[in-house]
Design a protein. Structure first.
Length: 338
C-alpha cells in the first residue's frame, strides 16, 4: 500500500511512520516529492494494517496498490522518474540516444566510433565487454580489457558508458568502470543478478526478455527497486513471435503501455529488435512517436568486419543522418534531442 503524508510533515513525523511500518514487520520505501512524501509499504497483507496509519494525523491517505508490481507502478509514484547519469537525464524532456558498437573489439575501434557517435549527438556510449552469445564458439568479448577501453573512451569523449554485466560475479567489476550497468534480455529473470544490481547505486538498464510479458518485465524491475536501487531504465528490444522476417518483433505498444503502468523511463533498441540495419531508421522514428524516452543503437565504423551483430549495425555516416531526423522529430513532438 501507499501512505501519502500531508504537505509539510516534519522529518520526525516521517520517522514515526517508518518506525511503525518496521515494527509491524513491513519494509518502507520513501519517495520525497516536491510537496508530499509518500511511503510504499511492502509486505504480505500490509493493507490489513491500513487503519493504524489512517488514524495518524500526519497521514493524508492510505491506498492499496492493486498491481503485482508495487514500487515501479504509477500508483506508487505518479510523476515520471528521471534517471540522472552525469549531465544526462533519461526520462525527462530529452530523447536520449545511446550508441556504439555491439562489442568492444579493440582500443582503436572503440575510440574511433566513440568519437563519431559523440559528434553525431549520442549522449551515452554503449559497447559490450561481456557478450551473451548464442554459441560458445563466438566472440565472447574482451572482458576487463574491454571495460578499460570503455573508461578511456568515456574520458576522451565525456560520454557516460553503458555495458552489460552477465553474471553476479561481474557486477562489482563492471560498476567500477561503467556509468550504467546493463542487464541483458537473456538475464531479465536472473533474480540474483537483479538483486545484486539492486543493492548498488549505479543506474541499471534492464532489457526485456525476448519471451517475457510486460508484467514479467515490470516484476523484474521490481526486484531491483525493492533491493534499494530506484535508478532503473527499461528497454524494449523485441520479443519472439512467429514472424521471422525480422530478428525479433519490436513491441512498440509495450512502450506506450509501460509508460502508463510505470513511472520508470523506457527506451527502445531497434538494432536487436529488427536485426536489420535498414529498419533502424523507421523503427527509431516510430519508437519516439510511441513515447520512448530514448534509443539504443548499434553503430560500427566497418560493419562488415564486426565481430558481432555487423548486419544490424549502421555506419557513423548513417547514424549522423538518423540523429538529424531524430532531432526534428523530437522537436515536433515537444521533446528535445541533442
Ligand atoms: C546488447 O545490447 O548488447 C544485447 C546483447 O542485447 P539483448 O540483451 O537485448 O539481446
Ligand atoms: Mn548486439
Amino acid at each position: 500500500m501507499v501512505i501519502t503524508l500531508k504537505p509539510g510533515t516534519t522529518e520526525k513525523g516521517i520517522q514515526h511512520v517508518l518506525d511503525k511500518i518496521k515494527e509491524l514487520g513491513f519494509t518502507p520505501h520513501v519517495s520525497k516529492g516536491a510537496e508530499r512524501t509518500i511511503i510504499g509499504v511492502i509486505g504480505e497483507n500490509a493493507i490489513q494494517s491500513r487503519e493504524i496509519f489512517q488514524a495518524m494525523f500526519i497521514v493524508e491517505s492510505v491506498m492499496p496498490i492493486s498491481r503485482p508490481y508495487k514500487l515501479v507502478s504509477r500508483e506508487f509514484k505518479s510523476e515520471d522518474t528521471v534517471v540522472k547519469v552525469g549531465n544526462v537525464e533519461i526520462g525527462g524532456k530529452e530523447v536520449v540516444v545511446m550508441a556504439g558498437p555491439c562489442a568492444v573489439e579493440s582500443r582503436v575501434q572503440l575510440l574511433k566510433v566513440a568519437q563519431e557517435v559523440k559528434e553525431a549527438g549520442a549522449r551515452i556510449l554503449r559497447g559490450g565487454a561481456f557478450k551473451p552469445r548464442t554459441s560458445p564458439y563466438s566472440f565472447q568479448g574482451l572482458g576487463e580489457e574491454g571495460l578499460k577501453y570503455l573508461a578511456e573512451a568515456s574520458e576522451v569523449t565525456h560520454l557516460p558508458v553503458v555495458t552489460e554485466a552477465r553474471d553476479v560475479r561481474q557486477v562489482e567489476l563492471v560498476a567500477r568502470y561503467a556509468h550504467i550497468i546493463q542487464v541483458g534480455a537473456r538475464n531479465m529473470q536472473n533474480f540474483d543478478l537483479l538483486k545484486e544490481v539492486g543493492r548498488g547505486k549505479k543506474p541499471v538498464l534492464l532489457k526485456r526478455g525476448m519471451s517475457s510479458t510486460v508484467k514479467e518485465f515490470l516484476m523484474s524491475a521490481e526486484y531491483i527497486l525493492s533491493s534499494g536501487n530506484y535508478n532503473v531504465i527499461l528497454c524494449e528490444r523485441g520479443i519472439r513471435t512467429f514472424e521471422d522476417g525480422t530478428r525479433f518483433t519490436l513491441d512498440l505498444s509495450a512502450v506506450s503501455l509501460i509508460k502508463q503502468l510505470s513511472h520508470l523511463p523506457v527506451i527502445v533498441d531497434p538494432s536487436h529488435a529488427t536485426g536489420n540495419r535498414d529498419l533502424i531508421g523507421p523503427m527509431s522514428r516510430a519508437a519516439i512517436a510511441a513515447g520512448s524516452d530514448g534509443l539504443m543503437i548499434e553503430v560500427h565504423s566497418r560493419p562488415e568486419e564486426a565481430l558481432s551483430d555487423g548486419f544490424q549495425s549502421i555506419r557513423p555516416d548513417d547514424f549522423r543522418k538518423l540523429m538529424k531526423e531524430i532531432r526534428s522529430l523530437a522537436k515536433a513532438l515537444g521533446r528535445d534531442s541533442v
